[in-house]
Write a protein that binds this ligand. Structure first.
Ligand code: PMV
Length: 321
């Protein structure tokens, strides 16, 4: 059995959103999601056996209860009784709506499984990662992935080479951690929003249409679906009791700027997650121009340019990068 293992993964950004759980205990999604694994941002972990489970993220010890279900399930699947001491690092803001939990749990699943001496297939890793965070089941795979409603594992649809000239501009409006976790916010929405059931009912149709547009690499068709999905997801949050509001003035400024750019003929489409950051999909040929306009008009906003990335990698010893 190796003494130490490492893994690295990239975050999974949903084009069509998962929001709400059909089974809280097993962390199963109520809606399907279609996502892209993003280059440019990394979560890295190193794992050794310990006397209890422990996660240190960017130098800070994390509350154990957030990880219990994940570790217990990992032990069950691998048939081991060992405990895991995890050191993790993100090279981007954590818990700020940049999907750090997706890449973090995907990397943890791979590195911890490797420490048990087993080589698990990716779909099993995807199921383990899901217990930490639904979106992590997608981040195990590179390129474009689908997580069906109530599914235990994500499905890889297309590798990162499928659409190499798609870009995502990650616009950092505020780097601090969010006040309400996506887990809590989803539950509050499910329990209190009168629009929640309509959202769940409509999501499969939107996902099917988006998968078709993706197959054609047709951003003019996919973009409006990306926009509908996040706007409908937020409509359920705005209508929760009490309402959940992740948006900041800077978020809205970017949304309006995207609209203005579309009117000028650029196919640029925004999405948001559980945080104030805005992510813009556009063709690679337009990404420099969009970035320049963003930086000129909204100088306070930091922009990271990402594209399709590969899935999780792992190995023995310390992480080579
Ligand atoms: O899997 P979680 O708990 O990180 O929730 C993901 C929720 C969204 O980012 C808003 C949507 C998604 O599908 O990634």
């Amino acid at each position: 059995m190796p003494e130490k293992t490492w893994a690295m993964a990239h975050p999974s950004l949903a084009l069509i959103k998962y929001w709400g759980k059909s089974d809280k205990e097993r962390n199963l999604p109520a809606t399907p999601s279609l996502a892209l694994t993003l280059s440019g941002l990394h979560s890295k972990v190193e794992v050794q056996a310990g006397s209890s489970d422990q996660v240190i993220l960017d130098g800070k010890e994390q509350p154990q209860e957030r990880y219990q279900l994940f570790f217990d399930n990992l032990r069950r699947v691998t048939g081991t009784s060992m405990y895991f001491r995890v050191q993790a690092w993100n090279d981007f803001p954590t818990a700020a709506g940049l999907a750090s939990s997706s890449s973090g749990f995907a990397a943890m699943a791979a590195a911890c499984a490797a420490l048990t001496g087993q080589t698990l297939p990716l779909d099993i890793l995807s199921g383990i990662a899901r217990l930490g965070s639904g979106s992590a089941s997608r981040a195990v795979y590179g390129g474009f992935t689908l997580l069906e409603a109530r599914a235990q594992t994500a499905t890889p649809l297309r590798g990162p080479e499928f659409w190499p000239d798609l870009r995502v501009l990650l616009c950092l409006v505020e780097a601090g951690p969010k006040a309400v976790s996506s887990r809590e916010a989803m539950e509050q929405t499910r329990l209190t929003s009168p629009y929640y059931s309509a959202w769940v009912e409509d999501a499969p149709r939107l996902t099917r249409q988006a998968c078709e547009a993706l197959e054609q690499k047709d951003l003019d068709r996919l973009g409006p679906l990306i926009r509908l999905s996040y706007q409908r997801m937020f409509a359920t949050m705005f209508s929760a009791d009490p309402p959940i509001l992740y948006w900041k003035p800077g978020s809205l400024e970017i949304i309006h700027l995207a609209e203005e750019l579309r009117r000028s003929g650029i196919s640029v489409w925004e999405t948001m997650d559980a945080g104030p950051q805005v992510k813009l999909f556009c063709p690679a040929a337009d990404s420099d121009r969009v970035r320049q306009i963003l930086e000129q008009r909204l100088p306070a906003i930091r922009v990271i340019v990402a594209g399709p990335a590969p899935g999780v990698r792992w190995g023995q010893g310390s992480c080579p990068v």
